[in-house]
Design a protein around this ligand. Sequence first.
Ligand code: GLN
Length: 283
Amino acid sequence: RQTSPSPNPFPEGEELSLAAAARRLAPISPTPRLDAELLLAHALGISREALLLGPGRPVPPAFEALLRRRLAHEPVAYITGTRSFWTLDLHVTPDVLIPRPDTETLLETAIAHFTGRAPRIMLDLGTGSGALLLAGLDQWRSAWGLGLDQSAAALKVARGNAERLGFGDRAAFVRGSWADALDARVDLVLCNPPYVESGAALPPDVADHEPSAALYAGPEGLDDYRSLIPQLPRLLAPQGLAVLEIGATQAAAVRRLVEAAGLKAVTAKDLAGLDRCLAVTAP
Ligand code: GLN
């Protein structure tokens, strides 16, 4: 074998390198082994599934640079540029919030509401990467969807995802601030707004890397709900549903805003048993 110009820091092969990487990541990540697998798959230019199924490959020196970025708290999804959400693999950049598994609660809640029928028109307020809207379009193959965001950079990511995943002809994206400019009635409103209290201490992965405009919403984290909830009565079609993501302690406060707008709300919990979503309908 030829000697390479710089020595490979991973001479010990795939499994031992993964184990060593996971040990180094353990102090900073709740999912060290998964992170290591995703980063190694990225360094090899293959999927995690292919990595796990495939033959042990030589570990490329590039793996070390990716590990160091993760050790400096950069989220895996921004390092690899992808994140799975619901049935989809989405492209993500630091211009968009990384889709979280908790947010799938909104889709489960919507599916439970639309039994035996499908929403025809969906609106995703604060679409970011397009995660909720595109997952909805994948779920309901005859539906059409509009994604709204105030960030032009986020809309570019969302449009790219829609095109790449084959939803280009059923999705449109518009720049705007909540639903101010919109004059339409939709069957399903999807919305994961910013809801973190402005002073809250978030983990460095989130605070130092994810877009603050997608996270913080004033001193109680309620600013965005206060502006968007009053729009819902005119946006919802008869029998329509709005699913709003909420912080774990916000159900009562957001429910009051929903009721003040003349609508009714039912709370849904995420997999961790925390209040995560309000299902909002006409009373
Ligand atoms: N759940 C996210 C977090 O705590 C917040 C998402 C949001 O504000 N919409 O990082």
